[in-house]
Write a protein that binds this ligand. Structure first.
Ligand SMILES: NC(=O)c1ccc[n+]([C@@H]2O[C@H](COP(=O)([O-])OP(=O)(O)OC[C@H]3O[C@@H](n4cnc5c(N)ncnc54)[C@H](O)[C@@H]3O)[C@@H](O)[C@H]2O)c1
Ligand SMILES: O=C(O)C(=O)C[C@]1(C(=O)O)C=C[C@@H](O)C=C1
Length: 362
């Protein structure tokens, strides 16, 4: 049973886990450890941790240590805590890359119990202020399994992850890294590159940033993420990231060529194929929600427009499971609302229609 947890790194992910743990009855204490004293205070203020401690003292006699710092520092931190740790303590991390880390940590932690982890959810904000106790709800949370993994501890960790609302997915570190290089690391590089082009051209034409619309926002949001975190991710998943960059370069060169040659048919074919592929994507994977429990709502651009919808539904005891802003325009926006239950979905639809909202069922 996991009763006492030490979280090393009380930033966005560490504090979000801390908040989610507060709702689990068996967890008696969450100890926060961080090199940043302001973050420790903020984590205490929002109730993500019950107390703070030093690295050496904080990891003594806990059932679980979670390393939630940038990937590049995790090995060093594990080396520092091992002399103080009880061999029955489970050690895990939330780092976005797994192969290098799991390889090195399994060597380092012989006789201890290390299991790699990676929640497939997050945001571009840093620190405890961005923490969200529902961050893990319905998210995929990868746990790595190797020939050294103790099954009883893996099950304990899986159970804990499921109790914060996530869905555990057990994967080999290599398979994990190859997949996230495509689904997470490449998109970040694309966003960074796009921002870099725009930042350079904005110096030449001051109107450029005035013409920014939804497409730009959608494709660059993640480039506001923490530079240290992303530096460590790219360097720790170098091989898989370089492979995906090569494929991306090939595709970009092909697009460049067919545009240059005015190849109408090839260009239309590529745009149609990718459009179809995008429409078939299981959208809102994080939610893992059946798409028939969703509503699409178009709102006017007025203050508190989203708050009014939330209040209307809340006053009628309808629980919104998730809200996603799909488009933001000068004249309003489109949002997607998800509901857990079919009856809530139907009730919300009727209520919004009765209140003259432009709403469609998905
Ligand atoms: N942000 C995301 O979307 C996301 C999602 C999944 C996994 N991750 C992974 O989670 C980890 C943490 O990311 P985050 O987004 O919470 O970042 P964050 O910057 O919000 O938090 C990192 C925390 O680690 C602390 N820290 C750094 N060095 C330390 C040290 N030597 N000793 C003690 N504390 C130290 C920082 O002070 C900070 O509080 C990273 O490994 C990242 O790859 C991030
Ligand atoms: O910013 C977001 O929306 C994220 O979910 C962040 C995101 C991602 O690429 O999906 C980024 C890195 C993590 O390792 C996991 C999640």
């Amino acid at each position: 049973m996991i009763r006492r947890v030490a979280i090393v790194g009380v930033g966005l992910i560490g504090s979000s886990l801390g908040l989610a743990f507060q709702d689990i009855n068996e967890i008696e204490e969450v100890i926060g450890i961080d090199k940043n004293s302001d973050y420790l205070q903020q984590a205490l203020d929002i109730g993500a941790i019950n107390r703070t401690d030093s690295l050496e003292e904080g990891v003594k006699n806990v059932d679980l240590v979670i390393l939630a710092t940038p990937v590049g520092i995790i090995k060093d931190l594990v080396q520092k805590i091992l002399p103080y740790i009880n061999p029955n303590t489970i050690i895990t991390d939330v780092g976005s890359t797994k192969s290098n880390l799991v390889g090195e940590l399994e060597k380092l932690t012989k006789g201890y119990n290390y299991i790699g982890g990676h929640p497939m959810t997050g945001s571009e904000t840093v620190g405890p202020r961005g923490a969200d106790k529902y961050l893990f709800e319905n998210a995929i949370y990868v746990l790595t399994e190797t020939e050294n993994t103790r099954q009883d501890y893996l099950l304990l960790l899986k159970d804990l992850i499921e109790r914060v609302g996530a869905q555990a997915l057990i994967l080999s570190p290599l398979r994990h890294d190859k997949i996230v290089a495509i689904t997470s690391h490449l998109p970040h590089l694309v966003a960074v590159n796009l921002m870099s082009v725009i930042a350079e051209l904005a110096e030449e034409d001051e109107l450029l940033t005035s013409l920014i619309a939804g497409g730009f926002r959608d494709t660059t949001r993640i480039s506001a993420g923490d530079p240290i975190m992303w530096r460590d991710i790219f360097l720790n998943n170098k091989d898989a990231v370089l492979d995906t960059i090569s494929l991306f370069e090939e595709k970009l060169s092909y697009l460049k060529e067919i545009i240059n040659r005015d190849s109408t048919e090839k260009l239309t074919a590529m745009l149609s194929e990718t459009r179809d592929a995008r429409l078939k994507l299981p959208m809102k994977k994080k939610g893992l929600l059946p798409s028939n429990f969703e509503l699409i709502l178009t709102l006017e651009d007025k203050p508190k427009a989203i708050a009014k919808v939330a209040t209307l539904l809340g006053n009628n005891e309808i629980n919104i499971q998730d809200i996603e802003v799909l488009k933001v325009r000068e004249d309003g926006g489109t949002i997607r609302l998800s509901f857990r239950q079919e009856d809530e979905h139907l009730e919300a639809y009727q209520l919004l229609q009765q209140n003259s909202y432009k709403v469609t069922k998905k």
